[in-house]
Design a protein. Structure first.
Length: 327
């Protein structure tokens, strides 16, 4: 019987992909523009957003200032022009060695260019200067994560998330390192702690569904597995009220149903006690019912697909899962 990729064990791979340090570094909060900078008004009026356009726009600044040079360094980093960014940053460091903003951008540039130890040193200096601020802790958590120091990363992320829930990236970071350490249940709790008021609520709940089941080997003896299947299914249904798009809903449904099918094929049986779920996402909790459910999900995904090749692949998957019938 075909296995669903969401639950296929992959001994050589971890539960989570390594965080891309360059993108994560550029996603860190950007320091506010110093209102006393002579180009503060000019920067506030910039409409360009693409890095290449921003580089051109900054060249038209009335006169170079610290803030325009920092913005230029960031634009170069975003545009993949690391050499130009590093040269300008080195010159600025020589002129303003004690400026915390310059030190911050040294940390960001180091993450982008792969100098993770250098990034940690820079952000540690910022932390020493501003020990009560959450942003340096968030940056240090990222550095610890990319350096493989999972305990340190978890501590920094936990400090940020517990003191300032507006930093949702800290919750995602904490969940990543918890998963990387094999603590699946803590990762789920962290993701489900993202409040309903957050714009990242749906993304966090989707991640929680996947954290419950992804790369989990289904065995008949895994008693909590049925509980996780039911919780994941309930979460998917609840997310309909939050505008979960149809494609993602069916992808998640296929993951859950595929994991359930693997579990049933391994000998798992649903509990029959009071309150025990009789089905899963509209499918009976047995091989035949789950196969019909997977067929339905893949046919729905095929209808939603935008490309012919993808549509054909999804229809073929639906046909593979369809149980044998007389008609």
């Amino acid at each position: 019987a075909p296995r669903h990729p969401g639950c296929r064990p992959r001994p050589a791979a971890g539960l989570v992909r390594l965080v891309p340090a360059p993108a994560a570094g550029l996603a860190l909060p950007v320091p506010h523009v110093d209102p006393s900078d002579p180009n503060a008004g000019f920067l506030a009026g910039l409409l360009a957003s693409a890095p290449a356009e921003l580089i051109t726009a900054l060249a038209a600044a009335p006169a170079p200032s610290v803030e325009t040079r920092l913005r230029q360094i960031r634009a170069w980093l975003e545009n993949g022009e690391s050499d130009a960014a590093l040269m300008s940053l080195a010159k600025l460091e020589g002129e303003r060695p004690d400026d915390w903003r310059v030190v911050w951008y040294r940390g960001v540039a180091s993450l982008v260019t792969g100098d993770h130890e250098g990034a940690a040193l820079a952000f540690d200096a910022i932390y020493d200067a501003f020990p009560g601020e959450p942003t340096p802790k968030l940056a240090l958590g990222l550095c610890a994560e990319v350096l493989g120091q999972l305990d340190n990363a978890a501590e920094y992320y936990r400090l940020v998330w517990s003191t300032d829930p507006s930093f949702v990236s800290a919750a995602f970071g904490l969940a990543r390192v918890q998963l990387a350490a094999g603590d699946r249940r803590s990762a789920v709790r962290t993701l489900e702690s993202v409040p309903e008021s957050s714009i990242h609520y749906t993304a966090a709940r989707v991640a929680a569904v996947r954290a419950r089941l992804r790369q989990r080997t289904a065995t008949a003896a895994d008693v909590p597995f049925q509980e996780d299947l039911a919780a994941a299914a309930a979460q998917i249904q609840a997310l309909d009220a939050y505008g979960l798009d149809p494609t993602r809903r069916e992808q998640l449904s296929a993951e859950v149903l595929g994991c359930a099918l693997d579990w049933v094929l391994s000998g798992g049986r649903g509990s029959t006690g009071p309150g025990a779920p009789r089905g899963l996402l509209g499918s009976d909790l047995d091989e035949r019912g789950l196969r019909f459910g997977l067929e339905r999900s893949y046919r729905t995904l095929a209808r939603l697909a935008t490309g012919a090749e993808e549509r054909i692949d999804l229809v073929e998957r639906a046909n593979r899962y369809r149980p044998r019938t007389w008609v």
